[in-house]
Ligand binder design. Structure first.
Ligand code: AMP
Ligand code: MG
Length: 328
């Protein structure tokens, strides 16, 4: 079965075309384009306009790359939430249109869960704790009693948002994470920042404020280094606590911030120290992408979770633990 999946919850519009043969996940195409504002943060309407503009191009490119005819597609999947309202509605409209036009079934996919499912499919881990670190979301997720449950999360902003906001104030363009990673490599001195772990939750706004205050007196290299070390160790700590609590022996990374090599290193060390296994899919499947939506759509369809058009209303605040996980 072949699925065309559309991702468009926030800054990225992406289309993935994925074939499922048994348990095998075959990526036929994974094309995306990211909205990057010239200044300021992501404006939801501007980002939605970006998605509208790029959708036809990305559709054409993905079909071309996949080497299939559009008529060979068996299923349409789209990111139904959580995310920014205008972006979600644009993406859902594109999904419904394709579904009606091609006369193929449609499923709306929870974005956070799709990060976990594509990680499971591509790295072959079976029952991991997912450390999901992206722009807007930061959650520690694991499967328990029929649902994906959130064991810990940010109490304020997402880790990527923290990095991007810091970058914006010091003149680094969105997305700032990769540039902060490069600058941090030159850092030599660790400067104490307000390490904020509360049980299995984390908080980044205090660290952001403190880091910005430091820019008046410290080198940017040392601040970027300290910012990363502090935030990433917090994330490793809550992920480890969730592993201990759930007695799971696999840790999986997901979300754009997981592209960061230092974060990968820290989490890997944590895993090794507790004799657990570390998993991380390639970068193109860590950032927001259509392939993860397509794959999750396929496993949902297999367990009978296709939707009528009426059921495809977007869900801005769709929680990870609201999803009835029929496929596990
Ligand atoms: P996502 O929302 O999952 O697509 O991820 C986008 C977020 O990932 C943005 O906040 C980026 O700044 C962040 N990001 C991407 N690459 C890196 C990196 N190498 N290090 C830290 N953050 C990153
Ligand atoms: Mg994401």
């Amino acid at each position: 079965m072949i699925c065309l999946g559309i991702e468009g919850t926030a800054h990225t519009i992406g289309i993935g075309i994925v074939e499922k043969e048994g348990d095998n996940c075959k990526i036929l195409a994974n094309v995306f384009h990211m909205y990057k504002p010239d200044k300021g943060g992501i404006h939801p309407r501007e980002s939605a306009n970006h998605h509208t503009k790029y959708f036809p191009k990305i559709l054409e490119e993905s079909i071309e790359k996949s080497n299939i005819h559009i008529k060979e597609i068996d299923l349409i999947a789209f990111s139904i939430g959580p995310g920014l309202g205008p972006c979600l509605r644009t993406t859902a409209t594109a999904g419904r249109t394709l579904s009606l036009l091609l006369k193929k079934p449609i499923v709306g996919v929870n974005h956070c869960i799709s990060h976990l499912e594509i990680g499971r499919a591509l790295t072959k881990c079976s029952d991991p704790v997912l450390l999901y670190v992206s722009g807007g979301n930061t959650q520690v997720i694991a499967f328990m009693d029929g649902k994906y449950r959130v064991f810990g999360e940010t109490l304020d902003i997402g880790i990527g948002n923290c990095l991007d906001k810091f970058g914006r104030e010091v003149g680094i363009k969105f997305p700032a994470g990769p540039e902060i990673e490069r600058i941090a490599l030159r850092g030599k001195k660790y400067i104490q920042l307000p390490y904020s772990v509360k049980g299995m939750d984390v908080s980044f706004s205090g660290i952001l404020t403190a880091s910005l205050l430091l820019t008046k007196k410290e080198d940017i290299e040392d601040i970027c280094y300290s910012l990363q070390e502090t935030c990433f160790c917090m994330l490793a700590e809550v992920a480890e606590r969730a592993m201990a609590h759930t007695e799971k022996e696999e840790i999986l990374l997901g979300g754009g911030v997981a592209c960061n090599k230092r974060l990968q290193e820290i989490v890997k060390i944590m895993a090794e120290e507790r004799k657990a296994k570390f998993f991380c899919p390639p970068d193109e499947f860590l950032v927001d992408n259509g392939a993860m939506i397509a794959w999750t759509g396929l496993i949902m369809k297999e367990s009978g979770m296709e939707m009528s058009i009426d059921e495809t209303k977007v869900r801005q605040n769709y929680r990870t633990d609201e999803v009835d996980v029929k496929w596990r």
